[in-house]
Design a protein around this ligand. Structure first.
Ligand SMILES: Cc1cc2nc3c(=O)[nH]c(=O)nc-3n(C[C@H](O)[C@H](O)[C@H](O)COP(=O)(O)OP(=O)(O)OC[C@H]3O[C@@H](n4cnc5c(N)ncnc54)[C@H](O)[C@@H]3O)c2cc1C
Length: 433
């Protein structure tokens, strides 16, 4: 495998709010910085392709600041392996880049959590964030009847976005009990920006039913979803739809941090007050450290960027802001925690691993991820367990924290004679950036 070498002081993976803030700040402090992201745009899940949108002033500000900062930006670049200490390989449209770094910030974000239920693999059943992203990219939703189900404020943000694209949002079904959601809403006075944002979304969604304490149990249709059955635990009813957008909050993307030897705590990357992980010279910011939203990601990114640049005094000045966003993060995750009934949704013949078509019944006799994987191929398909790994963690409590390179499927390895060693970071002293 041929690769081109890039030598940088600081490498940042992930150009969402956390990674952009980290890269900007370190580059402005005079460090040689490279920022890479696997999508064609910077901005991450929330801001990608949105800089022209008037409501996204923060996105515009950070994107403009990044372009002035002097950081090298590599889009369409997927980090997939760490074959040697302080080296990271990324596949780009023009070949593989081999980054030699002194400090590394991982800001790889989060993905949606899908919980299997009968019919969840039907065409037309998608993640809410996925459907919104597709509609922004031109997928037509005008006039389509959409039911949103699952949990978290993302459901409302997506309902708002889809309505603006002309979709008929017929119901937002939130699994969390009403009392918890109301308590979370009342607590937003501590984050006035979020409160104003939330009130704006609610006002734009006037007339769209938002029902708490209910969840989907079945999706049906001939070759595309046509209806969803929902329940509130006491009774069940059907809603007709063209799309069912269903997601149960987010899970941190921790594959790359694990590959680099970072320890986890409760499924998220463990960091100290300077966002440093347990792997030497590796920092982590944003949603891999816990699901807290874009503002939380931004402040963590700024702290990581400053700390990686050696500006620890300036980083410490942001600890108060971060503590406030961490309180918001805790309230968010408490309010939208998943109810145990969701563990019973998958029937015996419901696919849990959709890539390898492994049904719930086939997993019954196993008590851990590794054994299930070896015997059934669960998690060994194209998504490499990104979907079913998190699902089985929720369904069965399996700990699936082992990763092997490449952490993303890459074409560059076809025919390549190379070994992608799992990079155990050596205990080195910290060089100056
Ligand atoms: C599908 C989805 C849609 C969302 N939509 C909204 C919304 O509409 N409104 C809202 O308020 N919040 C939304 N959120 C939540 C919001 O995105 C986050 O709160 C916020 O963006 C977190 O910022 P971050 O920098 O931590 O991560 P992200 O914004 O997720 O950025 C991480 C970036 O890292 C990249 N990446 C990951 N792994 C690699 C790798 N190996 N190599 C290269 N690049 C990599 C990803 O492509 C991504 O661009 C959404 C989340 C998801 C998962």
């Amino acid at each position: 495998m041929n690769s081109r070498r890039q030598v940088v002081e600081l490498l940042v993976v992930g150009a969402g709010p956390a990674g952009m803030a980290a890269a900007c700040i370190a580059a402005e402090a005079g460090r040689r910085v490279a920022l890479l992201d696997n999508s064609p745009w910077v901005g991450g899940q929330i801001w990608r392709g949105q800089q022209a949108h008037p409501a996204k002033a923060a996105a515009r500000r950070w994107i403009e600041r990044l372009s002035r900062s002097g950081a090298g930006v590599f889009t369409g670049a997927t980090a997939f392996a760490a074959p040697a200490p302080r080296s990271l390989l990324a596949e780009t449209p023009t070949g593989v880049l081999d980054f030699a770094w002194q400090k590394l910030i991982l800001a790889t974000g989060a993905r949606e959590l899908f919980i299997p239920f009968p019919g969840w693999t039907l065409p037309g059943v998608l993640g809410p964030g996925g459907l919104l992203a597709m509609s922004k990219a031109g997928w037509p939703v005008t006039g389509k009847r959409v039911v949103l189900a699952g949990t978290g404020p993302l459901l409302l943000a997506v309902a708002d976005g889809l309505k603006q694209q002309g979709a008929q949002v017929s119901l937002v079904a939130e699994q969390a009990p009403r009392a918890k959601v109301v308590r979370f809403g009342l607590g937003l006075w501590r984050q006035p920006g979020k409160l104003i944002q939330g009130l704006g979304v609610k006002a734009r969604l006037l007339g769209v039913p938002y029902r708490c304490g209910c969840w989907p149990v079945k999706a049906e249709g001939a070759d595309h979803v046509q209806r969803v059955t929902l329940t509130d635990g006491a009774r069940a009813w059907n809603e007709d739809c063209d799309y069912l957008a269903c997601g149960f909050h987010l899970v941190p993307n921790v594959e790359l941090p694990l590959l680099l030897g970072c320890e986890l705590r409760a499924g998220a990357v463990r960091v100290n007050e300077f966002q440093e992980t347990t792997a030497p010279n590796v920092f982590c910011a944003g949603e891999p450290t816990g699901i807290g939203g874009a503002d939380c990601a931004l402040v963590e990114g700024r702290i990581a960027g400053l700390a990686a640049a050696g500006l620890t005094r300036q980083a410490s000045a942001l600890f108060g802001q971060r503590a406030s966003w961490h309180r918001f993060r805790d309230a968010l995750n408490g309010a939208f925690s998943l109810r145990p009934e969701l563990r019973q949704l998958a029937a015996a013949d419901t696919a849990v691993c959709r890539c390898e078509d492994v049904r719930r019944e086939a997993l019954r006799s196993f008590d851990n991820w590794r054994a299930a994987k070896l015997h059934t191929r669960c998690g060994m398909g194209a998504c490499q367990g990104r979907t079913c790994g998190a699902a089985t963690q929720f369904l069965f409590g399996w700990d699936n924290v082992s990763v092997r390179p490449p952490v993303f499927p890459v074409g560059a390895l076809v025919g390549a004679e190379t070994t992608l060693n799992n990079n155990a970071m050596p205990p080195t002293t910290k060089p100056p950036v």
